[in-house]
Write a protein that binds this ligand. Sequence first.
Ligand code: GLC
Length: 444
Amino acid sequence: MKQIITALLVLISASLFAQNNGVSEENDAKMQWFKDAKLGIFIHWGLYAVNGIDESWSFFNGYISHEDYLKQTKGFTAKNYNPEAWAELIKKSGAKYSVITSKHHDGFALWKTKHSDFNAVESSAAKKDVLSPFVDALRKNDLKVGIYYSLPDWSYDDYTHFTRETQRYNIADEPRRWKKFLKYYQGQLKELAKKYNPDLYWFDGDWEHSSEEWEAPKVREMLLDKNPSTILNSRLKGEGDYETPEQGMPITRPKSNYWELCMTMNNSWGYQHNDHNYKTINQIIGIFADVIGNGGNLLLDIGPKADGIIPEKQVDILDGLGRWTNKHKEAIYGTVAGIPKEHFYGPTTLSKDKKILYLFVKGDPNGEVVLRGLKNKINRIWVVGEGTKLSHKVVGKVYWNEYPGITYIPLPEKVLDENITVLALLLDGEVDLYREDGAVIESN
Ligand code: GLC
């Protein structure tokens, strides 16, 4: 009897394991393009670009009345909008996907939604659908399509929240009214799914209600039903596929296998003519290297003007990124997170087979690059995107212990990249690191 029970338990747990494995393998397969993409471009485009004020928050927080906020519809002209040029610029930057605000918390839709007339066609000077041509242009350029969609809609009459001070109603008091809102927002999502079949949905604003109130599991099911390989970000009350740290570059390596840092180039998501506080190209590339070195993606934001022009400074940053990503593509795309920081004081990535280690060297290391505790033999070192072969020397290796010593790689000034130089180290096998406290004598 005991044996039968044990056998049964083994069978059950084996099948559970297989199931879990199946699910996660399936998920890994669906996440592969995302994992390999490394760079995406976020676009915040909406009414707020007209005055150059905080996207949606400006009226929610009471810096401008809702009525005055809406007057921006008159200035949202999109008259110089060139979706093909946007997509080409994104492609050139080295990004593999883009995520655009189809509708922010203010409820203004960039496409002609049949669920409300508060959209670019019916309620703005543009009088045209500005989302569809961009989606087409992305696909034409072989870029994945990500749609940002705000769950809250602060302009919608049957949504609970209006401003920080005023709430229209409580769900408990008016459940029917909430049902009406659910129908509206889920209807819009169905519409987006049908029209664009996005590769990725980027939800936002889930903090205003519970998973149950949003009907989050149902929404996930509905979207995956339509396209089983679509990806959802985490902001759907835990129904997502990947984490979305915002602005703050993770300091320690995130535990989640799939994550994406979304970050502005200056301090604003949308276009703000007053905001000149741009990060430098060196800082952006540095952050990007840190992100991919820790196995994540960077979703870097741009905020086009109301007429559709992308501010010059943002174009320059994308161009600068493009130069660098193109030169260093072998160290970026299709690589995985690198080695622990103790071994190299900078970002690193590894080829998928873990036999090539890429070192990202920030600035001028004054002669030599230092790598600690590498057990492998290095077969060859070259400067990525430039080709020069480099020599190296191992110092402090002792014959009586497996302690592998410290590797010094002389780096001539003339091979330095203007932003970050990348070295490729071809190892004699999978990367193997010495992770002990120190060398203790074993024999002499
Ligand atoms: C925050 C803000 C929103 C912005 C988003 C981008 O959630 O509410 O305005 O669009 O971050 O990640």
